[in-house]
Design a protein around this ligand. Structure first.
Ligand code: FAD
Length: 586
């Protein structure tokens, strides 16, 4: 079989800044860089507007104080740190809390229309872990309104948008990132982007798991590309399992039931009809944080009080059809049309679904630059902002705040360094070779089989509750998967070939999966989105460090720890309880 790369042909585009990913973080970064006079290219794997951000239902957290006037950035900061169990990069949490309100007002100036209070202010709803009603929302389609607004603004800012182009590798000139390599999904033809700075905004890694609210695009490409380019991955053990994904019917398995359902009064029941959150967090009940609710559901199911299909029941029908149709119209329609479940009449059967990656690429708070000069990361692909657990609503505000900062950071970097966009032919040929080696053999395995087995393994052994023995088994299994992926075979040509796309993504998922498993093994405690059955408590040592994974020269993964940045006394004073070892929920 001939290797289709024997003559590497590619087209080239040149920009000051290349933004990889066109969700909220990517769009906001691109708008900022463009406003600062830079020539910006924006690439996305699918169509513009079809990103995770568009799926966000519940809302965007910002302490506007429109509904609860006592709210302010200090309380938002405190809530975020408590939610993150104090592993957050405090500076990111501070910047986020301080800047989120202005990012919302800016969206309004750009044309976003949020739901209003009777006196005409932006309405804000309650959400788990937030002291005050804080989530600015548009019914249950907040993400859609945010993306629509950013897209309009972006398109009119003169961005060059490249849709249905998948980036497979970052390209470097010496130690600096100076471009990226990818292919057009439809034709399979190669494309090279030269850029003085690159911003990653590629979202999460959910597709490494079997049950997930994430869509096909979230194969951890950004994390893995950054890792291969020399950046560090941080806190990868912290995966948020959203407590309310549909477990039945099968066709909607994993589909997210927005937290807004609980925000609007939805109640959780076990098979005995008990509101089991009374036992776990009687004060906050269903509005406790996601990790606590997920583990509570897991316990009910494990102890035999689950629903017929391995979940529990979530019921909002007591609020009445009129209220539900007004507040949760999208959720109502989605479940009626796709699952034949009428939430105005009875409960849903739900359980935890892999939802959000708190870990990701380690960045510097102010500029979002990674360890690799010229490489920036913002949004879900970046680590630090949410620590061990993200509060609902804090992602949309994160991507607005740090998307903007990434655009600004790239601008400052370019201004200070005036970097070149040199790319050698060798670097480009190596990138082409890496993604086409799967065409070399026709005796290897099919990527779909490996992907399914990887997802099953991650769900079973690196899921919501972990043990040392299972994590060792997972790491061994991952070695086996790596050997199989190295020998994967793809047939046909590069022209619209989903098997080939998956073979490339599999390597990225494996890197992310290995980082999750190794960091989870290292952290011998339970905290936020990481639960160890054999180490169920917080541990003082692990209160002081973040986990990091980086690539060794021989290609193997190094996992270690780095001390948390010391928090200034005035910020410590804002956080109730002993900083580092949060009190259990009262
Ligand atoms: C169902 C659902 C509901 C949610 N609800 C809320 C909510 O109410 N409030 C909240 O705060 N958060 C919510 N979240 C989380 C939030 O939506 C995401 O964390 C956030 O949108 C991530 O934004 P992002 O810009 O980082 O990435 P995304 O919006 O995920 O965009 C990633 C982009 O990267 C592109 N990309 C990926 N890989 C490549 C590649 N190799 N080459 C080129 N392009 C690539 C994709 O095509 C896409 O354009 C929800 C998530 C889900 C799944």
């Amino acid at each position: 079989m001939t290797n289709p790369t024997s003559n590497v042909a590619y087209e080239t585009h040149e920009h000051d800044v290349l933004v990889i990913g066109a969700g909220g973080a990517g769009l906001r970064a691109a708008i900022e860089a463009s406003a600062l006079g830079l020539k910006v290219g924006l690439v996305c794997k699918s169509l513009l507007g079809k990103a995770h951000t568009v799926m966000a239902e519940g809302g965007c957290a910002a302490s506007m104080g429109y509904v609860d006037s006592a709210d302010g950035w200090k309380t938002h900061f405190k809530d975020t740190m408590h939610g993150g169990k104090f592993l957050n990069n405090f500076r990111m949490a501070q910047l986020h809390a301080q800047e989120a309100p202005e990012r919302i007002r800016e969206l309004e100036r750009w044309g976003a229309v949020f739901d209003r209070t009777p006196d005409g202010k932006i309405s804000q709803r309650p959400f788990g872990g937030h002291t005050y009603r804080r989530l600015c929302h548009v019914g249950d389609h907040t993400g859609l309104e945010i993306i629509r607004t950013l897209q309009d603004k972006g398109v009119h800012s003169g961005l060059d948008v490249y849709m249905e182009a998948t980036i497979t590798d970052l390209l470097k000139d010496g130690d600096r990132v100076s471009g990226a390599f990818g292919y057009w999904r439809e034709s399979g033809r190669f494309v090279v982007f030269k850029a003085k700075a690159v911003i990653l905004a590629t979202g999460g890694i959910g597709r490494a798991y079997k049950i997930t609210s994430n869509s096909w695009e979230y194969s951890g490409d950004g994390d893995a590309m950054a890792y291969r380019a020399g950046a560090e991955l941080m806190d990868m053990e912290f995966i948020q399992f959203h407590p309310t994904g549909m477990v039945w019917p099968n066709g909607v398995r994993g589909l997210l039931v927005t937290e807004a359902v609980r925000g609007e009064g939805g109640r959780l029941y076990n098979a005995l009809g008990e509101r089991f959150m009374e036992k776990v967090d009687p004060k906050r009940m269903e509005l406790s944080t996601r990790d606590i609710v997920s583990k509570a559901i897991n316990k009910e199911v494990k102890e035999g009080r689950g629903s017929p299909h391995g979940g529990v029941f979530l019921d909002i029908s007591h609020r009445g059809a009129e209220y539900i149709l007004k507040k949760l119209p999208g959720m109502y329609r989605q479940l009626l049309e796709f699952a034949d479940v009428d939430i105005t009449k009875g409960p849903m059967e739900i359980g935890p679904t892999t939802h959000y990656t708190m870990g990701g690429v380690r960045v510097e708070a102010e500029s979002t630059m990674t360890k690799v000069p010229g490489l920036f990361a913002a949004g879900e692909v970046a680590a630090g902002m949410h620590g061990a657990n993200r509060l609902g609503g804090n992602s949309l505000s994160d991507l607005l705040v740090f998307g903007r900062r990434a655009g600004l950071g790239a601008y400052e970097y370019i201004k200070a360094n005036n970097p070149s966009t040199n790319l050698s032919e060798e670097v480009i040929a190596a990138a082409a070779k890496r993604v086409t080696k799967c065409f070399d053999s026709d005796s290897g395995e099919n990527p779909y089989t490996i992907h399914k087995e990887l997802q099953d393994m991650m769900q079973a052994k690196v899921g919501i509750v972990r043990t040392e023995a299972e994590l060792h088994e997972a790491i061994e299994a991952l070695k086996g998967f790596r050997a199989r992926v190295a020998n994967v075979s793809v047939t046909g040509s590069r022209q619209f070939n989903p098997g080939w796309h998956l073979a490339i993504e599999l390597e990225n998922m494996l890197t992310c999966a290995e980082a999750v498993a190794r960091c989870a093994l290292q952290r011998t405690e339970s905290r936020g989105g990481h639960t160890r059955e054999d180490h169920p408590e917080y541990h003082p040592h692990w209160s002081t460090v973040n986990s990091v994974a980086s690539q060794d020269q021989d290609g193997s993964m190094n996992v270690g720890e780095i001390p948390l940045l010391p928090m200034p006394e005035e910020l410590k004073a804002l956080c109730e309880g002993e900083v580092g070892i949060p009190k259990p929920a009262a």
